[in-house]
Design a binder for this molecule. Structure first.
Ligand code: ASP
Length: 464
């Protein structure tokens, strides 16, 4: 039976079987050393000419070959021990080795942090790049944070519910990714920019507390902290005020950090709250970086930003929403919204949360009164035809016993980027796209067969 490398510390003197990857092989003539690595750790394995066959095979193995070793666990003399890790105090005296798979010479070095390697090579050979200790840690921590979120929300009586990926294009801000329908030629699904409407509909359905670790898609130009597809921690709650949603999220963030990142210091608890106006006047940013010491990698400065204007002028001179068309106005502006007056001054119930200068989440209390949603759509100039086509289901649902509700979504990749002290979200994503939206490993986007297009009733225009 196989033993994980991390477990050798409990088995001194035993003969065990280890499996993993050869990080390095050092040949000292009679003695051959292999640093063997599995998902739990790394240990030095020694081959002596006494085990002739094993010694012979060990002589042939190279970096990144996959091997299985039988050997005895020995404590290293104190002056030889590698004090950096528990397993470094031990070594394995090998009696057998089996090569399970050979490896071509690794196209990229994985034994350092990899920051100096060109991104093109790292993405092309991502399956090798991910063997790097730093990325292994990032993805394992990402999972632990997700698990902590799920456990926390489960205890708070939330239900995790999956919503469709094949959805409908709605004018919510960004450009949609479209998926042509084969059965209904000329019609399209859209990939969700966020599960916004579905989660509100789940409030109509009486779930009261919904969440989802949701994949979202926005066809925008990518940036360091953006990707065409990204992950949100998305939640919605019924019968709540803005302060209820903020308090729950604050408690969850504090819980995650104190449980999984005890080395980090949250600068201020409760998190400070600033209005948009104050933030812009004082910091010239609606996601201010409030850290007292920006050189300290373990300092986390959260800040809530509230009281955003609901509407702003678009470049055609009309009104558009600043955040989310489904938001409610602050109570004192409900009348203005209803009467569609005093538009520039209407404040929304939107709350954003920033961390160290990055926006990591945002949400709002919603209009659960269909008349008010209609006012928003009218203010932003949505034609009655488009209201009917895109929002009829929302009007009907809101008129079918929908409780007051509100929610939030966290940019989960961004949060992980900051917690792991990484410079961009690609470092905390298993298979990210490049800065310009390409998957260099799978080589997408890619051409498709003409038959596939014909099936979908599509034809490319000449230039393509
Ligand atoms: N759906 C919104 C977004 O993705 C967040 C929210 O209001 O819950 O930006």
């Amino acid at each position: 039976m196989r033993t994980y490398i991390a477990d050798i510390v409990k088995k001194e003197g035993e003969s065990i079987n280890l499996s993993g990857w050869v990080s390095v092989r050092r040949d000292h003539g009679k003695l051959i050393f292999i640093d063997l690595r599995d998902m739990t750790g790394s240990v030095q394995v020694i081959f002596t000419p006494k085990s002739e066959k094993a010694h012979e095979i060990a002589n042939t193995v190279r970096s990144e070959w996959v091997v299985s070793v039988v050997g005895e666990i020995k404590k290293r003399p104190d002056n030889m021990a590698n004090k950096d890790s528990e397993t470094g105090k031990f070594e394995i005296l090998a009696s057998e080795i089996t090569v399970l798979n050979e490896a071509v010479t690794p196209p990229i070095n994985i034994l350092d942090d990899g920051y100096n390697i060109g991104e093109e090579s790292r993405m092309k050979y991502r399956y090798i790049d991910l063997r790097r200790e730093r990325l292994q840690k990032n993805l394992r921590m990402r999972f632990r944070v997700l698990k902590e979120i799920r456990d926390f929300l489960f205890k708070q009586k939330f239900t995790e519910i999956e919503t469709p990926i094949l959805s409908k294009s709605t004018p919510e801000g960004a450009r949609d990714y479209l998926v042509p329908s084969r059965l209904y030629k000329g019609k399209f699904y859209a990939l969700p920019q966020a599960p916004q409407q579905y989660k509100q509909l789940l409030m109509t359905s009486g779930f009261e507390k919904y969440f989802q670790i949701a994949r979202c898609f926005r066809d925008e130009d990518t940036r360091g902290d953006r990707q065409p597809e990204f992950t949100q921690m998305d939640l919605e709650m019924s019968f709540v005020d803005r302060e209820d949603v903020m308090a729950l999220n604050e408690a969850m963030l504090i819980h995650i950090i104190s449980t999984l990142y005890p080395e980090k210091e949250i600068q201020e608890v409760p998190f400070p709250v600033t209005t948009y106006k104050e933030a812009m006047e004082k910091y010239k940013s609606d996601k201010p970086d409030l850290r007292r010491d920006k050189n300290n990698p373990n300092l986390l400065a959260f800040v809530w930003v509230v009281d955003f204007p609901f509407f702003e002028k678009n470049d055609k001179g009309g009104w558009t929403f600043t955040h989310n068309p489904f938001s409610a106005a602050k109570r004192e502006f409900t009348k203005d919204l209803q009467e569609k007056q005093n538009i520039a001054n209407i404040l929304t119930t939107q709350y954003d949360i920033a961390l160290n200068g990055f926006e990591i989440g945002g949400g709002s209390i919603r209009n659960h009164d269909p008349k008010l949603l209609k006012s928003v759509l009218e203010i932003i100039g949505t034609s009655s035809e488009s209201q009917e086509r895109d929002f009829a289901h929302m009007f009907k649902a809101l008129g079918s016993g929908t409780p007051p509700h509100g929610g939030i979504a966290w940019g989960f990749d961004r949060l992980m980027m900051i917690l792991q002290n990484e410079p961009n979200i690609r470092e905390v994503t298993a298979f990210p796209k490049t800065g310009d939206g390409r998957d260099l490993l799978m080589e997408s986007p890619a051409n498709v067969d003409i038959e596939q297009l014909t099936d979908l009733g599509l034809k490319l225009s000449k230039e393509e």
